[in-house]
Design a protein around this ligand. Structure first.
Ligand code: ATP
Ligand code: MG
Length: 208
């Protein structure tokens, strides 16, 4: 089983968008996917309820914010969406339960600054120090050819963290949030998004 945490304490950074898209991609590739939502806003949970039944199955993984319940035995991919502001004990706790952490970061100066403390905290966590978990950054709503992307890279260099890929700004991510249908569920858009998502998908299935 692979266990993936999507986290960034900054609200609106793209955690739920990444979580539901990863879930649907793996589900389309015949994995048994469980999606958990630690956020009281229950974005992923409601998204899952809105998802049409004929699409590739994503199962609900029941995680309350008080206790962490392991994913069911038949699970092959567990994806955990997390709330803004996740830090301290709760962060440490979930880091012990996962293999990979995906951190969406927007290239806005405010967002980058808001993420600094989080990266420091991650770096000082035992699971990360002992290399039990891998951390990968996803530039969110950014194009790799832009100055904004260069700034994001320079910012991340100080933490020695890899930018796995960048996902560009698109209305289709907003639609996906409303409909329960991701860009991967739609064959027409599949190829177009593939080059942006592929490095992340490959990184997630690589063993440490
Ligand atoms: N690449 C993108 N292009 C366009 N819109 C996007 C993109 N990524 C995310 N969004 C939109 O930005 C908003 C915030 O994204 P999302 O809800 O995924 O962030 P979040 O980190 O989960 O927020 P919160 O901290 O509140 O849980 C949503 O409306 C989402 O549809
Ligand atoms: Mg969210």
């Amino acid at each position: 089983m692979r266990r993936i945490l999507v986290a960034n304490p900054k609200g609106g950074s793209g955690k739920s968008t990444l979580a539901v898209h990863l879930a649907s991609w793996f589900a389309r590739n015949d994995e048994i996917v469980y999606l958990g939502d630690m956020d009281r806003q229950l974005s992923s949970r409601y998204w899952l309820e809105a998802r049409p039944a004929h699409l590739a199955t994503i199962r609900h993984w029941d995680v309350s914010d008080e206790a962490f319940t392991a994913p069911p035995k038949n699970c092959s991919i567990a994806i955990l969406d997390t709330p803004a502001g996740l830090h301290g004990k709760r962060l440490k706790h979930v880091l012990n339960e996962v293999d990979k952490v995906v951190v969406p970061v927007s290239p806005s100066r405010f967002d980058m600054l808001a993420t600094s403390d989080f990266f420091e905290e991650l770096a000082n966590t035992k699971a990360v120090r002992k290399e039990r978990v891998d951390i990968g950054i996803v530039g969110m709503r950014v194009d790799q050819r832009t100055h904004a992307y260069q700034q994001l890279r320079e910012f991340l260099e100080q933490f020695d963290l890899p930018v796995i890929t960048c996902i560009s700004q698109s209305q289709r991510y907003l639609q996906a949030a409303d409909t329960g249908i991701t860009l991967f569920d739609n064959d027409a858009s599949h190829t177009a998004v593939d080059s942006q998502w592929r490095p992340l998908l490959d990184w997630l299935v690589t063993r440490q």
